[in-house]
Design a protein around this ligand. Structure first.
Ligand code: RB5
Length: 154
């Protein structure tokens, strides 16, 4: 499984902690480091770049971090075929995969500490989509997404 990670200026420390943690564990992780190629970049373009990588199939999952995790989730969900959710607890991180089949987890460095963030990432990485009762719900989400991105009456 190929994982990518990135952050805005509010989450540089947490990105480093999680990148090092996952690298140490042998996870195939890439730091996209969008800000290195564009000075003063803002969270929407950074989060968009990461979500596009998922959409293009270059990575299986992504970790997108900003001050709160909220802006990163909002922009990722504007990329067709990509689902993202903000998680600051272990239970939600599991459900994000098991129930929602989201490829991207977002977190906020201004919200949680690094040790909890590691536990959350462990839970998220260790979880896969459960299918079952969640299958028609996720399918409906994809149908509605299609309708929203490609309205029939236009
Ligand atoms: C800082 O730019 C802050 O707004 C950002 O990191 C994030 O929290 C947005 O959702």
């Amino acid at each position: 499984m190929k994982i990518c990670i990135d952050c805005d200026d509010a989450a540089v420390n947490l990105k480093r902690v999680l990148f090092d943690y996952l690298k140490e564990k042998g996870v195939d992780i890439t730091d996209l480091d969008y800000s290195a190629s564009k000075e003063n970049s803002l969270y929407p373009e950074i989060g968009y770049n990461l979500a596009k990588q998922i959409q293009l199939g270059n990575f299986d999952r992504g970790i997108s971090i900003c001050g709160t995790g909220l802006g990163m989730a909002m922009i990722a969900n504007k990329v067709e075929g990509v689902f993202a959710g903000t998680c600051h607890d272990v239970f939600s991180a599991e459900r994000l995969r098991k129930s929602n089949d989201a490829q991207i987890i977002t977190m906020g460095e201004r919200v949680i500490g690094p040790e909890l963030a590691k536990k959350i990432i462990d839970a998220w990485l260790g979880s896969e989509f459960d299918g079952g009762g969640s299958t028609p719900k996720v399918a409906q989400m994809r149908d509605l997404e299609k309708e929203s991105f490609h309205p029939k009456n236009q």
